[in-house]
Design a protein. Structure first.
Lengths: 102, 314
């Protein structure tokens, strides 16, 4: 069976857990209609963030949205957080079944 | 027994961390333990407060807060001039040292209790009051007055942060309920306290071991500062406590509070308020050096100082 599907962007942000409240406020203001957050740990330019305690915890935030919204979010995060916080951001093209949701 | 036994759990964690053991305390357990400890300490303080007149404590509390404000104001120029740290880093480290460590306080209280030394229960009120002024001073040192500091968010982070909410919340609950009201909860909050503290210290040992590398990169000045600063602050605290008429045990606890450096409230607040400060420096110093130093050597030194000042002044 062929379900109709549409293209949309999957934006993934991995950052310090302490940024969660600020980041979510930004996402909502820039038009993201939803997001999924998971606890994460790993290693990057700012060393090992092993989530052993609150200060070294990371979160992974995934957002499905249109391309313009994704671009706006990327610009905002780059300008506001890149200089001083541990943050990695990447984007992918994905297919979704109910594009009106995003 | 030269050490308070719970300190051995800290050493175990430290050794396991240095040996790169696969021992790992899950993050949720760390969170749960810190919630328990903060709430239990708040409750104990509240019960003690119920036995006192709050108004009578006010002048003493004001003196304690004012004297403690000297610590970040002394630390900042030292770090800036002698250490050559950037303004944001110096201010953030100063804020960590001006604020207090609840767990160091709990270990000092256990150390005194293990030796049968009495201490005033209302010291916990001072613990709560000393948590936040240094954080505000730190932000002011980094940013100056009137600059583009997001004060709303900073103050929200400080006052709505979990350590203040749980400490003040526990204090109010203990105060309202009084000793009899809290008694049914004693089994959980009083009897289990030391076991939970031991568990938490095991975790802190692991975390502190992970911070030693940061410190090696920061250089010897910061490591020296992380030992000299608590000693100087300990002298100030025990002297202030003795002048305010506290017992030797009480002055020891106040000295420990002044000497301790925050690693729960301060990192969270500084990350939001002074994001350009490198957290590896402040946490490396406070958790990698000062916390173990206070546990292993500082507390007996502050007790000795308190006894000496008490002998001179009384």
């Amino acid at each position: 069976m062929n379900m109709p599907h549409a293209a949309c962007k999957l934006l993934t942000v991995i950052c310090e857990a302490g940024l969660e409240n600020d980041l979510l406020r930004d996402l909502e203001r820039l038009g993201a209609t939803g997001y999924t957050i998971t606890d994460a740990r790993g290693r990057g330019a700012r060393g090992v963030r092993n989530a052993a305690w609150s200060e070294s915890a990371n979160i992974r935030v995934e957002v499905l949205c249109s391309e313009p919204t994704a671009e706006a979010i990327v610009q905002r995060l780059k300008q506001r957080y890149y200089a001083n916080y541990a943050m990695v951001l990447f984007m992918a093209d994905v297919a979704v079944l109910r594009v009106e949701k995003f | 027994m030269p050490f308070e036994p719970v300190i051995l759990f800290f050493l175990l964690g430290l050794v396991a961390g240095i040996a790169r053991s696969d021992l790992k305390i899950p993050g949720v357990l760390y969170e749960s333990l810190s919630i328990f400890l903060l709430l239990a300490i708040g409750l104990k303080g509240g019960v003690e407060l119920a036995r006192h007149s709050v108004v009578a404590l006010l002048p003493q509390a004001a003196m304690v807060v004012l004297t403690a404000a000297l610590i970040p104001l002394l630390a900042f120029p030292l770090l800036r001039r002698l250490g050559g740290f950037a303004r944001a880093d110096a201010a953030s480290i100063a804020a960590h040292y001006g604020s207090v460590s609840v767990v160091t306080f709990a270990v000092a209280a256990a150390w005194l209790a293990g030796r049968g030394i009495e201490a005033e229960g209302h010291l916990i009120v001072f613990l709560v009051l000393l948590e936040f002024p240094a954080l505000v001073i730190g932000v002011l040192l980094a940013r100056g007055i009137g600059a583009d500091t997001p004060w709303g968010r900073v103050l929200h982070e400080v006052f709505a942060g979990k350590s203040i909410v749980l400490l003040v919340g526990g204090l109010v609950i203990g105060w309202v309920a009084g000793p009899e009201g809290i008694q049914p909860l004693d089994r959980l909050f009083i009897d289990l306290f030391k076991g939970m503290l031991a568990f938490f210290l095991l975790e802190m040992g692991l975390v502190a071991a992970g911070r030693l590398g940061d410190l090696r990169r920061a250089g010897p000045f910061l490591a020296g500062f992380a030992i000299a600063m608590p000693l100087a602050a300990g002298v100030l605290g025990t002297l202030t406590g003795t002048l305010l008429g506290l017992s030797v045990g009480g002055a020891t606890l106040l000295g420990t509070l002044y000497a301790s450096a925050s690693y729960i409230a301060a990192p969270a607040a500084m990350r939001i308020a002074v994001p350009e400060a490198n957290p590896a420096l402040s946490i490396g110093a406070s958790l990698g050096v000062t916390f173990p130093f206070n546990l292993l050597a500082g507390i007996p030194v502050y007790h000795w100082l308190a006894g000496t000042f008490n002998g001179w002044l009384k």
